[in-house]
Design a protein around this ligand. Structure first.
Ligand code: ADP
Ligand code: MG
Length: 285
């Protein structure tokens, strides 16, 4: 491609608050046939709101105590569930936590007030506990190895997610994929609102399975772009032909692993990125 057109394309991107790291990225972006999206914080708002705090009947914890234990071990995590929970918890309920360990895509463990706290997926926190059929984004909590309850969150679709997806399809994108570690019923609900087909939803994925889903995309549906916001999305951004980080919160680990960074909290910037790249490649020939 003509260098002048490429420079002008990159400059146009930056005027739209999109940083594209190389000309190769711009060329690939113009040809992308599959767009994969992380759900939580990407297709949905970048802040969750606590809905319900539910201690189990046989724990003697109050709602406030359960929330306090969970939020205290989540203080160091940059996962959107963690940051939302901590933000939604009063300062005096946030206690010192020790021995914090985060398991990507599963949850966090730590010690608070001498108690062993585990927070995250049910299969991680209390593998022997039977499923509770909760129809919203939730974290489960155990205290000293005993299942102690759960917290549910409102995970709301961004107001412009559906229009962004619809426009991507009009822009020639053949396949949209939702890749999420959240469970299928939550994923399907958001997908329906977003205009993503059920067959395009990949739920209950571990981080390694998100990478597999990207690698499994057929050659006639490539290149693949992946859009994600969190530190835990870094591996999938790297696996995609074009990794796009929603980096409104600054230089996150996701931005470092990405080929392009959207610097503002606006999903429709992916439409601008595709439009500018296609325009650039047309004038570059
Ligand atoms: P997503 O694809 O929805 O962004 P992740 O792969 O990061 O999700 O995580 C999958 C699931 O693992 C989350 O929905 C949550 O239940 C659990 N999880 C991961 N990290 C944490 C954490 N720091 N605190 C609580 N739960 C977590
Ligand atoms: Mg996410």
């Amino acid at each position: 491609a003509a260098p002048v057109a490429m420079v002008s394309g990159m400059s146009s991107m930056s005027k739209h608050h999109i940083i594209v790291k190389s000309g190769t990225t711009l060329e690939k972006l113009a040809r992308v046939l599959t767009f994969a999206f992380d759900k939580t914080g990407t297709l949905t708002e970048n802040q969750l709101v606590i809905n319900e705090v539910v201690p189990t009947k046989d724990t003697n914890l109050t709602k406030e105590e359960l929330q306090s234990l969970a939020a205290s071990v989540e203080q160091q995590s940059s996962h959107i569930i963690a940051t939302s929970l901590v933000k939604d918890t009063k300062d005096d309920l946030l206690k010192k936590a020790d021995n914090i360990k985060e398991v990507t895509g599963k949850g966090v463990t730590g010690t608070v007030d001498g108690k062993e706290i585990k927070v995250g997926k049910l299969s991680f926190v209390a593998p022997n506990q039977e499923s509770l059929n909760i129809n919203s984004t939730a974290i489960y909590i155990s205290v000293d190895g005993k299942f102690a309850g759960y917290i549910t969150f409102k995970d709301q679709i961004r107001p412009n997610t559906a229009s962004t997806i619809a426009r991507l399809r009009r822009q020639g994108v053949k396949q949209i994929m939702m890749l999420t570690g959240d469970h299928k019923n939550v994923a399907d609900k958001i997908a329906k609102e977003a205009g993503i087909n059920e067959s395009e939803v990949h739920a209950d994925l571990l981080p390694a399975q998100k990478i597999e889903a990207i690698k499994d995309v057929q050659p006639d549906l490539r290149p693949v772009a992946m859009v994600g916001d969190g530190v835990n999305d870094a591996p999938s951004l790297m696996a995609a032909d074009v990794g796009i980080a929603m980096g409104a919160k600054g230089a996150t680990a996701a931005s470092e692993s990405a080929d392009a960074v959207i610097m503002v909290n606006d999903l429709s910037k992916v439409n601008d990125a595709v439009a500018i790249s296609k325009h650039t490649m047309r004038v570059a020939h």
